[in-house]
Design a protein around this ligand. Structure first.
Ligand code: NAP
Length: 254
């Protein structure tokens, strides 16, 4: 028996990268997965196809977070997909994974518009998604918020992104308390430098310098973060809530 048979899940930003690995991992344990994407529908369909090839069940849902009407669009697509596949709209597992990243630059150079955009996608959207999902999540459900190791280690060029991820950790802390009487667990997972397949991770010098961050002296693989998320979604993790799980390969050991 798979650990998540009969469960349903939404993974935001699972068209590629770590989110795709999470969607595949949850589906492998038997969950029906809503594969959310922002602009790349084709990539989301590829994630769905990979899950189906693996014998799992999934459907794509599009919504460009941080744009007007995105939350309504996300939930309309989610509820329609759940209804079509299960006959109901119960959502057992919510993973807030989608995030925008900054291009870097010194803190002095960051324009206010970038601050707004990053907070819209990385902090405000996850809050609104949790708020809205609470009507669909049953007692004993799971919420996992994807944070980052930059909330624990100073990287000045990443200050805005780190601030938005700090907000995600607060979302975890306060909702964990708020939802405990419904046995809904809420946790953060902190990835470190993880090869999400993007071009930057294919540059040898970048790979080499980022590998040095981990105690294991290599980049993380998306599956290594996804396995932690899948664990948190299972019954075995019922006694963990309000926690921040380090999935950085020992990047914060000092
Ligand atoms: P990624 O490869 O850049 O993928 C990002 C995903 O989020 C894509 O599916 C993308 O969909 C979606 N997305 C981005 N902006 C969106 C928006 N405005 N609206 C809707 N969807 C949006 O990311 P990743 O590296 O796998 O990261 C996954 C999570 O881990 C993120 O929360 C990230 O902050 C965190 N993290 C990653 C690393 C790392 O080294 N990779 C390190 C620490 C933390 P579309 O392409 O369709 O827009």
């Amino acid at each position: 028996m798979n650990k998540l048979s009969g469960k349903t899940a939404l993974v935001t930003g699972s068209s590629r990268g770590i989110g795709r690995a999470m969607a595949l991992g949850l589906a492998r344990e038997g969950a029906l997965v809503a594969v959310h994407y922002g602009h790349d529908e084709q990539a989301a369909k590829e994630t769905v196809a990979l899950i189906e090839k693996d014998g799992g069940q999934a459907f794509p849902v599009g919504a460009q977070l941080g744009t007007p009407g995105a939350i309504d669009q996300l939930f309309a697509g989610l509820e329609a997909g759940l209804r079509e596949h299960t006959g109901h709209t119960v959502l057992d597992i919510l993973v807030n994974n989608a995030a925008a990243t900054t291009t870097g630059g010194t803190p002095e150079e960051i324009p206010a518009e970038q601050l707004d955009q990053i907070f819209e996608v990385n902090a405000k959207a996850p809050f609104l998604i949790v708020q809205r999902a609470l009507d669909l999540i049953p007692d004993g459900g799971r919420i996992v918020n994807i944070s980052s190791a930059v909330t624990r280690k100073a990287i000045p060029t990443q200050v805005v992104y780190a601030m938005s991820k700090g907000a995600i950790d607060q979302l975890t802390l306060h909702f964990a308390r708020h939802l405990a009487d419904r046995r809904i667990t809420v946790n953060s997972v902190l990835p470190g430098a993880t090869d999400n397949g993007s071009a930057v991770f294919q540059i040898p010098e970048v790979r080499e310098s980022m590998s040095q961050i981990s105690a294991f002296k290599r980049l993380g693989e998306p599956e290594e973060v996804a396995d932690v998320v899948v664990f948190l979604a299972t019954e075995q993790a019922r006694w963990i809530t309000g926690a921040s799980l380090d999935a950085t390969g020992g990047s914060l050991l000092g």
